[in-house]
Design a protein around this ligand. Structure first.
Ligand code: NAD
Ligand code: UGA
Length: 367
């Protein structure tokens, strides 16, 4: 295969810092940032991504181009392709897997539920099946989500809070991922660390997320919808800047202990951890909009909808004490500072008239 030649003939995936990391979802928002950060500090990185069209694949290709300038190669393939994954582990002795590939987004689950089951459940199981059989097994850090807290009423959310009331199928598949991880840790001694990200935003972000298409719509003079909670309160999110999340991912990789199993056989108890990676400071969506209005120097046409958005939770708020204690995680970018960086990127990527932005959203937000 083409990728095999590339991988065998490049120095990219060889160990530099002691780590050789397979990054799944490397053409995605968080995966591309993490790949660059790992590479910059001297680790070996190989990406995997299926370049699906949930949102405009040209943005994924642009991220791929950026990564290739830093000698990071992305193998084009699916998590559900077992022989491909086995082959990847045969060719490269990965010490770690940073598993970020998934079907993301809360609302799209109402349009395409099977896509969540395929990538977030079947795809994750397939990756674990392959990883468990590798000798020695890689340590795995994977993306869970703040959405697992669902209709939790504790504030802020701590890792031991209830996660048995998911509000969307997306959340349910992320919760299922945590249960699945438990079984692979228990039976096969795989080292597994789940990271519950909280509404991550920043340059090279996802066009399906509110901060991104609000920017597009405000610039194009289109109305934006602002949803409310069931009891007519403002919805709030613990928006977390990408650079903070990247530091958290690297911290989790750095503190991941080796697996205790090998070749599918368990030897002793291995690590199983779950952490919140949020910003610890929830902001109402209305405030997000007013920050964007200021940065774009344009008034938004706000359309307040007195109903919750399907699948939405009323608020998210991370307690990050555990991640701080275990790997020094400390978010440092507030929403205004982070959005400033996003808008700067947005304008340079799309141009100020944002002609290309019309094409960035493939699925229909209004349905
Ligand atoms: P993203 O959609 O930009 O990245 C995911 C990437 O995975 C995409 O490039 C996609 O093409 C790829 N992919 C999807 N299914 C695949 C499959 N079956 N095989 C191979 N590749 C596949 O999303 P992101 O925002 O970078 O999210 C990364 C991870 O973090 C996801 O697991 C997501 O659920 C989770 N997460 C994200 C946020 C956030 O706010 N961005 C919050 C919580 C959790
Ligand atoms: C985001 C990501 O999309 C998920 O992939 C991720 O798992 C989740 O964060 C998480 O933290 O776990 P969400 O917070 O719903 O999900 O992100 P957006 O869809 O960008 O919505 C952000 C906020 O804007 C929500 O409060 C939503 O109610 C609001 N919103 C969204 C509107 O008011 N109007 C819209 O048109 C869209």
């Amino acid at each position: 295969a083409a990728w095999e030649k590339q991988v065998r003939h490049s120095s990219t995936p060889r160990r530099v810092n002691g780590f050789s990391v397979l990054v799944t979802g490397a053409a995605g928002f968080i995966g591309s940032h993490c790949s660059l950060a790992l590479k910059k500090r001297g680790d070996g990185v190989l990406g995997l991504d299926n370049f699906n069209d949930y949102y405009d694949p040209s943005l994924k290709r642009a991220r791929q181009n950026l990564l290739s300038k830093h000698q990071i190669f992305i193998v084009e393939g699916d998590l559900n392709d077992g022989p491909l994954l086995t082959k990847l582990f045969d060719v490269v002795p990965f010490t770690h897997v940073l598993h970020l590939a998934a079907q993301a987004g809360v609302r799209y689950a109402m349009q395409n539920p099977q896509s969540y089951v395929k990538s977030n459940i079947a795809g994750f199981v397939n990756l674990l099946e392959v990883a468990k059989a590798v000798n020695p097994q890689p340590a795995i850090v994977w993306a869970s989500s703040s959405s697992v807290y669902g209709l939790n009423t504790e504030n802020p959310f701590s890792e031991h809070d209830r996660t048995d009331r998911p509000a969307s199928l997306y959340a349910a598949t992320k919760k299922a991922g945590e249960e699945i991880a438990h079984t692979y840790n228990h039976i096969y001694g795989l080292s597994l660390t789940g990271l519950r990200f909280f509404t991550v935003y920043g340059p090279w972000g996802r066009p399906d997320m509110a901060y991104f298409f609000f920017t597009k719509d405000i610039l194009q003079g289109k109305p934006i919808d602002i949803y409310r909670t069931q009891d007519q309160k403002a919805v709030a999110r613990d928006f977390t800047y990408i650079d903070d999340v990247v530091k958290g991912c690297l911290g989790a990789l750095d503190t991941a202990e080796k697996s205790t199993g090998s070749g599918g056989k368990k030897k002793g108890p291995a690590q199983l951890r779950v952490y919140n990676l949020g910003n610890t400071s929830p902001v109402p969506v209305g405030r997000l909009v007013s920050i964007l209005e200021g940065l774009l120097n344009t008034k938004a046409k706000k359309h307040v909808i007195s109903l919750p958005r399907n699948g939405d939770v009323p608020y998210t708020h991370a307690n990050v004490t555990l991640a701080y204690k275990d790997f020094g995680y400390k978010p440092t970018t507030d929403l205004a500072a982070g959005l400033r960086k996003f808008v700067k990127w947005y304008v340079s990527y799309f141009g100020i008239e944002s002609k290309r932005s019309k094409e960035t959203q493939h699925f229909d937000e209004s349905s």
